[in-house]
Design a protein around this ligand. Sequence first.
Ligand code: UDP
Ligand code: MG
Length: 162
Amino acid sequence: MLQEQEVHAAEMERTFIAIKPDGVQRGLIAEIISRFERKGFKLVAIKIVVPSKGFAQKHYHDLKERPFFNGLCDFLSSGPVVAMVWEGEGVIKYGRKLIGATDPQKSEPGTIRGDLAIVVGRNIIHGSDGPETAKDEIKLWFKPEELVSYSSNAEKWIYGVN
Ligand code: UDP
Ligand code: MG
């Protein structure tokens, strides 16, 4: 039988979150990080980078047939992006909930986009939309050695596991 701690470890997942150039320029880095941090998710990688247009095209390759693809890639590569990996139980799906709907007009108040953005083309944050995308995006943005595994003292209070 699995020990409680092993179950806890097995349920841990990671997601890729990026603060786009509009979020960085608007001074929303700390605000966005704090929403993930206060929830109890754990930051395991972070860096600030200006992605090339080619890199942005790779990141958004799934959307290459969409009319906004070129503008979107121009925008993502137009300035600094804060790239992060967050870890926690259910972080992929719940991260998307914290972020809110793609179109900020449809995002609920209380979500990042609902509270802090107005239009879809400037919705300030990206989050992986599922386990496969999370894995691919983490691999695209980070080298394995840039991911830091550590345990935090808060975990036993967040998850109730000793
Ligand atoms: N986007 C846009 N116009 C649209 C739909 C999307 O400019 O009509 C942009 C928007 O910035 C969005 C990004 O393209 O965040 C990626 O689109 P996706 O459908 O993957 O939304 P997300 O996963 O970011 O919510
Ligand atoms: Mg998406």
